[in-house]
Design a protein around this ligand. Structure first.
Ligand code: GLU
Length: 333
């Protein structure tokens, strides 16, 4: 009996040692995304599948559905996540200690890797609500986004541009994934979502019994907003991508930002280099993975960044001859 026990123990020890060896070779990384009906979640999936398919990197990437940009930035900074997808405006605010970071101060360990697809502040409303513009939101039940999302601050900024605050509407702060159902059930009149197009969320919102449309965010108030904040730009939402939307024009004016891929200064150069290389070396394959990437060019993916570029990514951009495309202020010595 003793011999059997000893033998079992030895087998367990050897197996344990082998596992530990294998474990030290594989680097496990987690990418924070957003709600499952947005574009961040499939984007994290696309990046992780590409990297996991190449055993030579020794990386095993997994994707986490999260509350969005602000959550991802904070989790990357605390080391709970290795990478996160975050709006360009939120990257700027975190690095400069603004908005949610005004009390904590500048988040100097935040690092940029690359930009991804364009996103637009998207206001969806039921036709019956009579909402035709931001000013009509007064007194209405509106989801402005969950704490931790990128869109919460965007909703507040857009409202403020029209002289409205959270107190002037019946504000909800639920996750984007729940908003289409609430709109279709008549429990809200409208919702804001800062997102790339097309996406499953807006598809869901426009596909039910209740007629729903994309509401324009435009006018002199918006022009003033664009000149106040450098990280906002005019954008157009291709409404024609949603065949059931109650819009009669192919494009709807709005305000845009960019999705960006961020990490922390504490994440190793090898891992950041591998992910950057995989995405840019296989750019056409990456671009084919989601229709929201249709407009992407490698050059675009190096704009809209405000935190310093991670040295692992920089190593790739140097090798690939792309360094001149990067704002020199983002290159640390
Ligand atoms: N822009 C949204 C946010 O930060 C997420 C959009 C998406 O998941 O595609 O929070």
């Amino acid at each position: 009996m003793k011999k059997v026990l000893l033998f079992t123990l030895m087998v367990a020890l050897i197996a344990g040692a082998a596992f530990a060896k294998g474990g030290s070779e594989t680097k496990f990384v987690t990418i924070g995304t957003g709600g499952v009906t947005g574009v961040y979640y499939p984007t994290g999936g696309a990046i992780s599948r590409m990297v996991n398919a190449k055993p030579e990197y020794g990386i095993r990437a997994t994707v986490e559905s999260t509350g969005g940009s602000v959550f991802n930035i904070n989790a990357v900074l605390s080391g709970d996540l290795d990478f996160g997808i975050a709006q360009s405006d939120r990257q700027y605010q975190a690095y400069n200690g603004l908005a949610e970071w005004s009390e904590m101060g500048a988040q100097e360990d935040l690092r940029a890797v690359f930009s991804i697809h364009p996103e637009s502040i998207t206001l969806m409303a039921s036709v019956d609500s009579g909402i035709k513009g931001i000013a009509d939101l007064a007194g209405k039940r509106v989801n402005i986004g969950n704490p931790g999302s990128g869109n919460l601050q965007n909703s507040l900024d857009v409202l403020a541009a029209f002289g409205l605050s959270e107190a002037d509407i019946k504000a909800e702060q639920v996750k984007a994934v729940e908003a289409p159902g609430l709109l279709q059930d008549g429990r809200i009149d409208a919702f804001f979502y800062t997102v790339g197009h097309p996406n499953g969320n807006i598809m869901e919102a426009t596909s039910g019994r209740v007629r729903v449309k994309i509401v324009p965010i435009e006018g002199p108030e918006v022009d003033a907003l664009l000149s106040q904040y450098s990280y906002y730009a005019a954008s157009r939402i291709p409404a024609s991508l949603y065949s059931s939307a109650a819009n009669d024009t192919p494009f709807v004016n709005s305000v845009g930002v960019k999705a960006t891929f961020v990490t922390s200064a504490n994440v190793s150069d090898d891992v950041v280099y591998a992910i950057t290389k995989e995405v840019f070396d296989n750019f056409d394959a990456f671009k084919a993975l989601h229709p929201a990437y249709q407009v992407l060019t490698p050059e675009d993916m190096l704009t809209g960044l405000s935190a310093p570029i991670h040295p692992g990514a920089l190593k790739y951009y140097e090798e690939a001859g792309m360094i001149d495309l990067i704002n020199p202020a983002l290159i640390l010595d």
